[in-house]
Design a protein around this ligand. Structure first.
Ligand code: P6P
Length: 330
């Protein structure tokens, strides 16, 4: 028996097998390089002067952590110099960033550090990215160009800064999972095709907001909590990490339903999560893995955001559970 560790495919091996164009593969390479740098910053943070909130607020009105800014800077540095990227949308920047790269046809929308409220407690955080095809556009891209391209997603994924540095992505076919081999200094394939069980017995929602939920969400969750004798007819488990990357990753691997509904409180009418760089990329992965992703009453592929940082109510995960939630509205 050979004691040679099996050689696992690298990201570039996998991209070639998935038919990714050189431009898409190169752009993903820049994103992954930036994320390896972000991981180093996250791990160095406890030794830095301050890891807590920096006091400033971003355009979302959320407290900006120093790591949020540094993570954004790394992504902008790598992608702003990539010859294939024409425009960037970042959670941390109000306006579209145009690179003026001649002949570039891609836009990258990203949340540089999702779940950053978990930084101080060493919780799982991550970088989410979405790559849009702008080749239909013949002029310098503006916000309207990117909004019109939100349905032309050709690549998406996330990097999790957790016990394992993990990359999950798709370029439109399989949803694959890579783990970072620190000895080899590269991501290696550990799961070539993630699929979501159609049925599940786990819901992921922030129950502290219950008093703000609509009727359909309330009826559905009450059904889940009712157990075998309740309308859900099975015993459910609940999880809520406060980090969309961690929660949706769990749904991709174990099934379940992730819900961030509209909340009946000022500013909550469209929920909290942003379409272009949270819901669109993660919902696309969920559907490519055989699940279902809804934005209000629309499937994710039919939804068109009205602005770069538009928020949208979302339910995504095991198809049977998402359909049951949608049916609870009757
Ligand atoms: P709440 C993190 O701030 C985030 O944008 C998502 O990663 C996460 O799912 C959600 O907000 C958590 O929101 O209201 O439970 O704190």
């Amino acid at each position: 028996m050979s004691n040679r560790p099996e050689t696992r495919p690298t990201l570039n091996d996998w991209l070639a097998g998935q038919g990714a164009t050189p431009a898409l593969a190169a752009t993903l390479g820049e994103i992954v390089s930036a994320c390896i740098g972000i991981c180093a910053l996250v791990q160095a943070a406890p030794f830095a002067a301050k890891t807590g909130a920096g006091g400033a607020t971003n355009i979302q009105g959320e407290i900006q952590q120093p790591l949020d800014v540094l993570a954004h800077d790394l992504m902008e540095l790598r992608l702003g110099a990539c010859p294939h990227v024409a425009a960037l949308v970042s959670e941390e920047v109000a306006d579209l960033m145009v690179t003026h790269a001649p002949g570039a046809n891609l836009a990258v929308c990203f949340d540089p550090l999702d779940g950053s409220s978990n930084i101080d407690t060493n919780g799982v955080i991550g970088t989410i990215f979405s790559i849009l095809d702008l080749s239909f556009n013949r002029h310098e891209p503006d916000s309207e160009t990117v909004l019109a391209a939100s349905g032309r997603q050709i690549g998406a994924g996330y990097v999790m800064y957790g016990p394992v540095l993990m990359l999950v992505l798709s370029v439109g076919r399989d949803v694959a999972r890579f783990a970072y081999d620190s000895v080899g200094g590269r991501f290696e394939l550990v799961d070539p095709k993630l699929t979501i069980e159609p049925e599940a017995a786990e819901f992921l929602i922030n129950v502290a907001h219950r008093r703000f939920w609509d009727g359909a969400t309330t009826r559905y969750i009450e059904g889940c909590i009712g157990g075998e004798d309740g309308p859900g007819e099975k015993s459910f488990n609940m999880r809520w990490a406060g980090s969309m990357v961690a929660d949706v990753h769990r749904v991709l691997l174990k099934g379940g339903i992730f819900i961030y509904p509209a909340l009946a409180r000022p500013g909550g009418e469209n929920g909290k999560l942003r379409f272009l760089y949270e819901v669109n990329p993660l919902g696309w992965l969920v559907e490519l893995a055989g699940g279902l992703a809804m934005c209000g009453k629309k499937r994710i592929g039919e939804f068109r955001p009205a602005s770069l940082h538009a928020r949208v109510p979302v339910a995504m995960g095991s198809a049977e559970e998402v359909r049951k939630l949608a049916g609870s509205g009757r």
